[in-house]
Design a protein. Structure first.
Length: 288
């Protein structure tokens, strides 16, 4: 099973964090529990470089999705792997088709910041490496080698030149500023994960990464309740408890941390599916 579905639009998820949680966290949990229940041999979860030291709700919820997969991988007979990588050239929402449309209209080409960089990989590269990483059984967290990050401005200039136009003279480049949740640059590894081992060409396995918290299921129960409550500040606080490196957009205050209630204080008692994963059996899921 390959789980690639997610809410990936960074600014939109800043406006609707509860939707990011429902889909990126509990949608992932649903898929993983179903893979376990039906006895799937393997599950591959598509993660993102935005999950590393995230400044966005999208990135933070993808990081929680990684924790879910890694935790269940230790409990289930289904082999589960999270594969982390960056942007895919030419994919839906990619800057390349957007820049081409803007050039065809005569410009301007819009770039968020002159120093903004991103990791890029072609569709064929990313698909092939995800298949190899997921099916290779290398571990619960793999990171694709994306090479060196590329400046978005350089991509814009190259595309303008390839179209037969002169950058800045015939086609202007306009800088619009970083949107909520966006970073100047992305990372593929945290400081704790620097010890990675290349298992084959362009595929690395994280050799040292902080394990999921032992009470992850209990924390998810609280996260789910908050995603239904409409209290966004407390929801973001709960995310920050799970992902300590999560920092909101610069200029925005950090939200207060949320105390995780003891099991006897939890209000959710609805079970989804009973099985050999007792830590998760009392967790109410939104898409059951």
């Amino acid at each position: 099973m390959f789980h690639a579905a997610a809410h990936k639009h960074v600014p939109l998820m800043e406006d609707a964090p509860e939707e990011a949680v429902k889909n990126n966290v509990f949608g992932t949990l649903n898929v993983a529990l179903m893979a376990h229940e039906i006895g799937a041999k393997q599950l591959v979860f598509i993660s993102s470089d935005k999950a590393v030291n995230p400044t966005s709700v999208m990135g933070a919820t993808k990081r929680v999705g990684e924790l879910v997969i890694r935790d269940l991988a230790r409990r289930s007979s289904t082999r589960m792997t999270a594969v982390r990588f960056g942007n895919v050239l030419g994919s839906a929402g990619s800057v390349v088709p957007l820049f081409k449309q803007q050039i065809e209209r005569g410009g301007p080409v819009t770039v968020t910041h002159p120093d903004c960089t991103r990791y890029f990989m072609t569709v064929s590269e990313s698909v092939g490496l995800v298949l190899l990483a997921g099916l290779g059984g290398y571990g619960d967290l793999c990171v694709l080698d994306m090479g060196k990050p590329i400046r978005i401005t350089d991509i814009a200039r190259n595309l303008i030149t390839m179209s037969g136009r002169i950058p800045e003279k015939e086609i202007r480049i306009v800088y619009t500023g970083l949107r909520p949740g966006e970073k100047l640059f992305e990372e593929l590894l945290t400081e704790e994960e620097e010890q990675s081992v290349q298992v084959r060409n362009l595929i690395n396995v994280v050799a040292k990464s902080p394990p999921p918290p032992h009470d992850l299921a209990k924390r998810l129960r609280t996260l789910h309740e908050l995603s239904q409550s409409g209290d966004r500040e407390r929801l973001l606080g709960a995310i920050q408890v799970l992902v300590p490196t999560y920092r909101r957009t610069p200029g925005q205050p950090l939200v207060p941390e949320v105390r995780i209630p003891r099991p006897e204080e939890a209000t959710s008692g609805v079970s989804l599916r009973r099985g050999p994963l007792p830590a998760y059996e009392d967790l109410e899921l939104p898409f059951s």
